[in-house]
Design a protein. Structure first.
Length: 315
């Protein structure tokens, strides 16, 4: 399939400190006995530089390690049966419940990242972040069960799964951590902000689906919006791609509309000037995340079919 040209209305920003941070990042992966050759060849760290262009020092280090964990855990469930997936999920869930590592490199790495994420953050934030991870693990198990039972999800079923299995809520929790603030409950409760937040979740999920469907189809993986639309509507693959591109356009438009209304909405709710400034900084990173995902997905060997997925197996 030719490289998709999408109308993503956000400029790609880059973090000038990324290259300097990479050696320490790789050293930490080695320290946990995790593979890195394919991960680096696929230019996976590049997405962090575009996603969080303002991150620096320990925050950039944490962002790199966090995204490495996302790539690793995403691969960890490939090929597992339901019993194996349930066992792995219990170990990951135990981490966010306070159990720490257990000698498994994957679990130990997650425990390290999780502890650093929670450092200095409120109990309320940590509960929310833990809950978001629990929802991710539940969605990943649902995907394994669907595969085992040869169940092809409907569009609505997939929407419910993908909102969680795409990792976006945990990533946006990390955005607050790296920015050094917490969005208040009143901001999260605002309908305009929630529309903007959800639109960003779907923009990122659909961009990923649009660039990964060929690989997933080849692997017999049904959890991709292009493949779900194709099956449910009985249309051609190219028609399904067009339909998902249209969905993406609707969410991008919804994001921009909500962003234009956000200032007035927060002022009407009486949100403090400081909390408004934090919210706008958060939205800046949402814009950056969409551009970074798009430009990385369309160029990384991870999605162009040039290389295998990152794996915990020996490289």
């Amino acid at each position: 399939m030719p490289t998709l040209e999408l109308d993503v209305p956000f400029a790609l920003r880059t973090n000038p400190r990324l290259e300097q941070a990479l050696p320490g990042h790789v050293q930490r992966l080695w320290g946990f006995g995790l593979p890195e050759k394919v991960y680096l060849a696929q230019r996976c760290p590049d997405i962090v530089g575009g996603w969080w262009p303002e991150a620096n020092g320990d925050e950039l280090d944490l962002g790199l390690d966090f995204f490495a964990w996302l790539f690793l855990v995403d691969d960890a469930f490939d090929g597992l049966n339901t019993r194996e997936a349930e066992k792995l999920i219990k170990t990951f869930t135990a981490v966010v419940e306070g159990a720490g590592g257990n000698g498994d490199s994957r679990v130990d790495f997650f425990a390290d990242v999780w502890a650093r994420q929670c450092k200095g953050m409120s109990a309320r934030y940590c509960r929310r972040a833990a809950d978001n991870w629990t929802k991710v693990f539940d969605a990943l198990l649902t995907e394994v069960v669907n595969m085992a039972e040869c169940h092809f999800p409907t569009i609505e079923e997939y929407r419910n799964i993908r909102y969680r299995s795409g990792y976006m809520p945990p990533i946006l929790d990390m955005t607050e951590r790296l920015r050094g603030f917490e969005l208040t409950p009143e901001v999260y409760a605002d309908p305009v902000f929630r529309t903007l937040y959800d639109a960003n979740v779907w923009c990122l999920n659909l961009v990923d689906d649009l660039f990964s469907f060929e690989k997933e189809a080849a692997q017999g993986e049904p959890h991709n919006m292009v493949l779900v639309v194709e099956r449910e509507r009985g249309c051609s693959r190219s028609e399904a791609v067009d339909a998902v591109v249209s969905m993406l356009g609707e969410y991008l438009a919804g994001f921009l509309t909500a962003e234009a209304r956000l200032s007035a909405a927060l002022e009407a709710r009486g949100v403090s000037l400081t909390d408004r400034a934090n919210t706008y900084a958060f939205v800046d990173d949402l814009r950056s995340s969409c551009a970074s995902s798009y430009y990385w997905c369309r160029s990384s060997p991870r999605y162009t079919g040039e290389m295998e997925w990152l794996s915990f197996r020996d490289e």
